[in-house]
Design a protein around this ligand. Structure first.
Ligand code: ASP
Length: 318
């Protein structure tokens, strides 16, 4: 079996001055996951290790450095899926866990599939995970963005509706708060890996979309939306405008497109095209198939990613 790994660090209009940290973080995560795979370790260990590195890196909207919601605090979502048994672990709305991907892995090894908010945190304590202070997840950059949004946001002009992407900037200028724009950070992180036993695992972790409603959960922790894995086909992790990703179950759609040994690059392109056409959405996806071949696609200006395959090739891009 050919081992392979691919990671992403968000799809949006990543500004030029943030390209280097995005690239470096993805490389670090890719390298850590690769070392585990190359030493004969499992795809589950590789994905968890890679995503933890991205969660710990304040560059990204996952773990420390995540966006603040309208209440001025961080709520984290994450999930991991095992492509062999089709088991999954998912957590949403957690406020006091630094590495939700590890908590999601614990949930995978429990009778539950998904735990939210306080229940997820109580479960974390039971599994020996030390809870953090919610303030520990907030970095100056995100606090400043939050303060800016609070200053400009006019609730009376917010209809609560999700305008089509083309009208989002106009809605922002009118003082309302629409669906996330590509101009706002959306640095969800994710990883897909295949190990020497042909085991495919996908993981995704996020702080969600900036200035989201308290309690809002996007696609990232939802099976088929933010991630999917099935050994017979491959695995996928997504990032972008979550509400649109869910409309077409982007991760499951991309994995389904791998049928008949379709190359992952063709499948990724098709999935993003479907998201644009049918979901009227903006996002990116990373995809890996059962042979360890890779593909990725996005219809945002940029997507941070890094990869390595068994034939000695590797690469990255933002
Ligand atoms: N998909 C994430 C969400 O909607 C955000 C992102 O990927 O940037 O919560």
């Amino acid at each position: 079996m050919s081992i392979a790994i691919i990671v992403h660090g968000g799809a949006w209009a990543i500004p030029d001055n943030e390209v280097a940290p995005h690239r470096n973080g993805c490389r670090n995560a890719r390298n850590a996951g690769w070392d585990i795979l190359a030493a004969g370790g499992s795809a589950m260990d590789a994905v968890e290790a890679a995503v933890r590195i991205l969660e710990d890196d304040p560059t990204y909207d996952a773990g420390v450095g995540s966006v603040l919601n309208r209440g001025g605090f961080v709520e984290l979502d994450a999930a991991v899926m095992d492509g062999d048994q089709l088991l999954y672990g998912s957590v949403a709305g957690v406020r006091r866990v630094r590495n939700p991907i590890s908590l999601a892995r614990h949930v995978l090894n429990s009778p539950a599939g998904m735990l939210v908010a306080e229940g997820a945190e109580q479960f974390a304590v039971k599994r020996g995970i030390k809870l953090c202070d919610p303030e520990d997840l907030i970095v100056d950059r995100e606090f400043a963005i939050y303060q800016d949004l609070v200053r400009t946001y006019d609730e009376s002009k917010d209809t609560g509706a999700t305008p089509p992407p083309g009208e989002r900037n106009a809605a922002i200028q009118a003082g309302g708060w629409p669906a996330p724009s590509m101009d706002r950070p959306g640095d969800t992180v994710g990883c897909v890996a295949i190990d020497s036993n042909g085991w495919v695992v996908a993981g995704t972790s996020t702080g969600g979309t900036g200035h989201k409603l308290v309690g809002r959960v996007g696609d990232a922790p939802l099976l088929g939306g933010g991630l999917y894995a099935m050994n017979e086909l491959g695995g996928c992790s997504t990032t972008g405008w979550g509400e649109s990703i869910m409309r077409i179950l982007l991760a499951k759609t991309a994995v389904d497109y791998l049928a008949d040994d379709c190359h992952p690059q063709i499948a990724a392109d098709r999935a993003i095209q479907r998201l644009a056409d049918r979901g009227k959405g903006t996002a990116g996806c990373i995809l890996l198939d059962r042979h360890g071949r890779l593909g990725w696609a996005f219809n945002t200006p940029r997507m941070a990613h890094a990869w390595r395959t068994a034939d000695g090739r590797d690469g990255d891009g933002v």
